[in-house]
Write a protein that binds this ligand. Structure first.
Ligand code: HEC
Length: 198
């Protein structure tokens, strides 16, 4: 009898801790910059320690040569590992696009060398393979979509991804790999060489 009680107790203990582990895994597994309950998105605190996927240089179209703006895109190193292995973005992948002003000057390396100056804001995308926040206008088509003006990295200024984002990401679908996951086709993957060697 005593042994049976102990066995039941041990069984319960293991079940409870397994359930706890599964729950904390679910909490941890999704993105670090998303409030799991509300779906509120912020700019991840430590994203500059992540890997750079690539940079888009916006050239001056009149006047002096050089760039007037850079868009630098960051993601978690494990997102790159996953993409290289599976050819798709994993649930919880975060893409942060920094908008930086740029200036151009003559340097010892060349006559028109541009460098980044001030940070204007961030566009943030979070991959959601489970359709978690159906009632939010910031979530849909497989992603969470959010815009932030510097320096406030917590306050989303966009209100509806279908109005604020989608039209401009439509051309990405034609540029994407034909065999890419449908929801990954919203991403301008052609600009990220590290994702090409999958
Ligand atoms: C004016 C058109 C335009 C709008 C509006 C726009 N995007 Fe983009 N987005 C682009 C283009 C083009 C790129 C890649 C080239 C660049 O940044 O210059 C891009 C790249 C990105 C990237 C880097 C990943 C990728 O797809 O390559 C993120 C993140 C992003 N956009 C998020 C958003 C979010 C979130 C919104 C809405 C709040 C949004 N964008 C609205 C045109 C746009």
């Amino acid at each position: 009898m005593k042994n049976r009680m102990i066995a039941i107790f041990v069984f319960l203990l293991i079940s409870v801790s397994l359930a706890g582990m599964a729950m904390s895994k679910e909490m941890k597994v999704f993105a670090p910059n998303v409030d799991i309950k509300t779906g509120a998105i912020s700019v991840p605190d430590d994203y500059t320690r992540w890997a750079t996927l690539g940079t888009w240089a916006h050239a001056n179209t009149e006047g002096e040569p050089g760039s007037h703006e850079y868009h630098v895109v960051y993601t978690q190193p494990e997102t790159i590992d996953y993409y290289q292995k599976h050819g798709s973005f994993p649930d919880g992948a975060v893409l942060v696009k920094e908008l930086l002003k740029a200036e151009t000057m003559q340097m010892t390396t060349g006559p028109a060398v541009s460098h980044a100056t001030t940070l204007k804001g961030w566009f943030v995308l979070v991959r959601d393979t489970k359709g978690r926040y159906k009632d939010s206008a910031l979530w849909g088509d497989g992603w969470g979509w959010s815009l932030f003006n510097a320096p406030d990295s917590k306050k989303t200024v966009s209100t509806d991804y279908q109005v604020d984002c989608i039209a401009c990401h439509l051309p990405a679908r034609d540029l994407a790999r034909e065999d890419a996951h449908e929801e990954d086709k919203w991403i301008y993957t052609l600009g990220y060489p590290v994702l090409q060697n999958k």
